[in-house]
Design a protein around this ligand. Structure first.
Ligand SMILES: [Zn+2]
Length: 199
């Protein structure tokens, strides 16, 4: 219907989450109307983020360089590891200012129906960190969803299976069931963090 480059842009935009065909068209026309500087600025930002941002070799959070800023920070308490599903979940926890430990980003949650098995997540790496480090507590902050809960129990089992003196805790209830951590407000999340309970 459109010139090939316009079609291509619409196709690429429609791959973004929550962007249907109509919205993709609207965004494509916005880009066409935008100044060259703004449009190429967007293209450059996408290229730069893909070229420069990778995963931290320790915690698998987003990182510019081999280790993320949190893992590099000497003041962080390495005896406490907070386990989250996605890099986006680190931000709301940091915003609460209630947490001084380090993180471990799994890269998703267990969901056999969708073909997400333990080996698809960074669980072996987490167990390695607990086994080899001086870890006292693993705080599981996966989302309060079915797959988040299943992941929490799987990890609790694996950590306890090490037979080390490590407590495994889960964020207190109060987080809306089925909600994403990413969208929790900081007061609720701060309370859930302070009130965490043993698993
Ligand atoms: Zn890190």
């Amino acid at each position: 219907m459109y010139a090939a480059p316009v079609d291509r842009l619409i196709t690429e935009l429609s791959k973004l989450p929550g962007i249907g065909q109509r919205t993709a068209q609207r965004l494509a026309f916005h880009v066409l109307r935008a100044s060259e500087q703004d449009a190429l600025g967007l293209a450059d930002a996408i290229r730069e983020v893909k070229e420069r941002i990778g995963l931290c070799e320790v915690c698998f959070n987003l990182s510019e360089g081999p280790r993320c800023q949190i893992c590099q920070d000497e003041r962080r308490d390495r005896s406490v590891i907070c386990v989250v599903e996605e890099p986006a979940d680190v931000i709301p926890i940091e915003r609460t200012h209630e947490y001084r430990g380090v993180y471990h980003v799994l890269g998703g949650a267990l969901s056999p129906i969708d073909g997400v098995d333990p080996e698809d997540l960074k669980i072996t790496e987490l167990i390695g960190r607990v086994r080899d480090g001086e870890v006292n507590e693993v705080v599981i902050a996966t989302n309060p969803t079915t797959s988040g809960e299943a992941t929490a129990f799987y990890i609790a089992d694996a950590v306890q299976g090490l037979g080390q003196d490590v407590s495994v805790t889960r964020l207190a209830s109060g987080l809306p069931m089925g909600a994403d951590l990413e969208y929790a407000d900081e007061v609720t999340l701060g309370k859930a963090l302070t009130g965490r309970r043993a698993l």
